[in-house]
Design a protein around this ligand. Structure first.
Ligand SMILES: Nc1ncnc2c1ncn2[C@@H]1O[C@H](COP(=O)(O)OP(=O)(O)OP(=O)(O)O)[C@@H](O)[C@H]1O
Length: 602
């Protein structure tokens, strides 16, 4: 068969309803699009005026939005460049022919042209998502006769001359029966509040200007004071607590990006984050779902990012593939790291005070982004039980002399619950060891990440073994017990200890007789699963503990000497329960019996 080539034909009558229906999943977007067009028309006029191509009076350029419940109309009026009948035919009747793009092409070499929002030539048609008929009444700045265009959403339209005294455009939406929700003032003001809050031209609704046309991210940091940044934060999040500090982003190469990111105070447990980073494109709100644009670990930041290089119709798969978005992502990471480093270097005390909040970002960053560790390693802080902070290098330097084990690995001891692990911390202190506090939900992952980065360093929770096993220097004490005696002790404890493993050790005589420890490896693995929210496959499984019996303690000698079998059992049980009690593991009926027994023995 001979190859045949051709062009696929598109039938406008069929494609039009598809555009209307599926272009935007969210119908409220129509207002964003129409108000953006009005802003564009106004900005174009200002631009022409600044170049001497328009010499008339600019006058009040406020854009007005109004709702007429009775007539069932929504009107968006601007005093921008307007359109003649020919302009309407050219720009409106040809779908996907963007006048904005044409304008940009024409003036691309002049300054400030990038303030125009439109790019696809589709936005106007979103009006049909909510309207039965859409009417345009417009008068061009060129003083051509005013024109009226009306269309019912089919491919047919009517264009006639109109009466209009003032320059500019009125877009009148005759709202369809299924969209009457948009005839509600609250609804409209809510939509404007969301999308138009920072548009660069004043927008009036219900007699009030609803926007701040000059938000701080459009200004230069040198014009701004701390108070300005704080006031803007309040404007964004009226109920938020004052932020810790902020970063003003200002990039124009290789992509355009402005914005202000705030570091919020973070409570210990991650609270649900309602105050999110907002994404704008030329001051038009796009979304507050900034996944992909902002690195995952920085999504807890607050503030605003504005980039014309982020496509307006944000779809996730599109964003992930977008080269600019990737660059933006790593730029933000770098900026955040630079800012943290600057504060760390210039104000160490202030940095330490903020560590509880800042640490959450840093830890999350280290866990989720390999490159971030290299940027952050200088200012990662560790806090010990005396609430002193150390960098990684400082801490290693501090503990290395006495906390190195026989394999030459430096052991960083930590507690995740200082109260509950007090007895273990006390034994560590007896050896003059230092103990860190690792009590944030991220710490299990953070510790793992650090172990993989730091050479010859292991983290061990203070209660995961007896202290001389945690930092095993290979200097084993002799046991005072014979092998037979050891066996006997083991049997006695086996009877009371259920599924737990008995571990006889020759510890110094002044260490406690019985300790219950939770092996580091299993426990940490379980913690990590819990925080990653991965099914609780092992989470609900009871974890066997190790019962460390100090064979050198005098009470163990006494236990062996006790001849009466019941008395021997009772003493074993008492010692075991004391071990559980020290770990906060003695509860319920066992605790009640323990108290009764102890009282009876007094
Ligand atoms: N209020 C208005 N005043 C003057 N011209 C307008 C107005 N609204 C629309 N236009 C003209 O119609 C064109 C098409 O508008 P439309 O919203 O469909 O696309 P766009 O704004 O160019 O791009 P996008 O699809 O990104 O919004 C605009 O580029 C502009 O030339």
């Amino acid at each position: 068969m001979v190859a045949e080539k051709g062009t696929i034909s598109i039938n406008t009558e069929n494609i039009f309803p598809i555009i209307k229906k599926f272009l935007y999943s969210d119908h409220e977007i129509f207002l964003r699009e129409l108000v953006s067009n009005a802003v564009d028309a106004t900005q174009k006029l200002k631009k022409l005026a600044s170049m001497g191509e328009f010499n008339g009076e600019l006058g009040d350029l406020t854009i007005k939005v109004s709702v007429d419940k009775e007539a069932k109309t929504i009107t968006i009026s601007d005093k921008g460049i307007g359109m003649s009948a020919d302009d309407i035919k050219k720009y409106i009747n040809q779908i996907a022919f963007s006048g904005a793009k044409e304008f940009l092409e024409k003036y691309k070499d002049t300054p400030d042209t990038n303030q125009i929002i439109g790019q696809f030539g589709l936005g106007f048609y979103s009006a049909f998502m909510v309207s039965e008929n859409v009417e345009i009444i417009s008068k061009s700045f060129r003083d051509d006769a005013p024109a009226r265009w009306i269309c019912d959403g089919s491919t047919e339209f009517e264009i006639t001359e109109a009466e209009k005294a003032e320059r500019g455009t009125d877009i009148i939406l005759h709202v369809a029966a299924d969209s009457e929700e948009f005839l509600d003032n609250f609804r409209i003001s809510g939509i404007l509040e969301k999308y138009a809050k920072f548009l660069p031209v004043e927008i009036e609704f219900d007699g009030k200007v609803i926007n701040n046309p000059n938000p701080i991210w459009t200004k230069s940091p040198s014009e701004l004071t701390d108070e300005d940044y704080k006031a803007f934060y309040k404007e964004l999040y009226p109920f938020g607590e004052e932020p810790l500090f902020w970063i003003h982003l200002n990039v124009d190469y290789p992509f355009n990006l402005t914005g202000v990111l705030y570091f919020p105070k973070i409570k210990k447990d991650f609270q649900l984050n309602r105050d999110k980073v907002q994404l704008y494109s030329r001051q038009v709100f796009i979304t507050d779902d900034v996944k992909d644009v902002v690195p995952e670990f920085l999504q807890m930041l607050h503030g605003v990012i504005d980039s014309p290089d982020i496509p307006l119709n944000v779809s996730r798969s599109y964003l992930q593939a977008d080269g600019n978005v990737k660059k933006i992502n790593s730029h933000i990471t770098k900026k955040v790291a630079d800012k943290l480093q600057e504060i760390f270097r210039n104000d160490r005390t202030g940095f330490e005070e903020k560590w509880e909040s800042v640490g959450v970002f840093v830890k999350y960053g280290i866990v989720s982004d390999d490159k971030f560790y290299d940027r952050a390693k200088e200012f990662i802080l560790l806090k010990n039980v005396e609430s002193k902070h150390f960098t990684l290098d400082e801490y290693r330097e501090k503990v290395q002399a006495i906390q190195t084990n026989k394999d030459e690995s430096v052991v960083f001891l930590y507690a995740n619950d200082v109260n509950q692990q007090d007895a273990f911390i006390a034994s560590a202190k007896k050896r003059e060891y230092d103990v860190l506090v690792m009590d944030s939900p991220l710490d299990a992952h953070f510790i793992n990440a650090l172990e993989s980065k730091l050479e010859k360093t292991t983290f061990k929770r203070v209660d995961s073994d007896s202290i001389d096993k945690l930092i095993d220097k290979g200097l084993n004490l002799e046991s005072v017990l014979s092998d037979d005696e050891k066996k006997k002790v083991e049997e006695l404890f086996k009877e009371v200890a259920g599924a737990n493993t008995i571990q006889l050790e020759s510890l110094p005589a002044d260490e406690v007789p019985v300790t219950i420890v939770q092996p580091e490896f299993m426990r940490r693995w379980k913690d990590m699963q819990r925080i990653s929210g991965q099914g609780d496959m092992f989470g609900s499984m009871p974890m066997p503990n190790n019962v460390v019996v100090n064979s050198n303690h005098s009470l163990i000698a006494k236990l062996l000497k006790t001849e009466d079998a019941d008395a021997q059992k009772a003493l074993t049980k008492q010692l075991y329960d004391l071990g559980l009690l020290a770990q906060g593991m003695l509860t319920g009926a066992d605790l009640t019996k323990f108290v009764e027994r102890t009282v009876a023995a007094l």
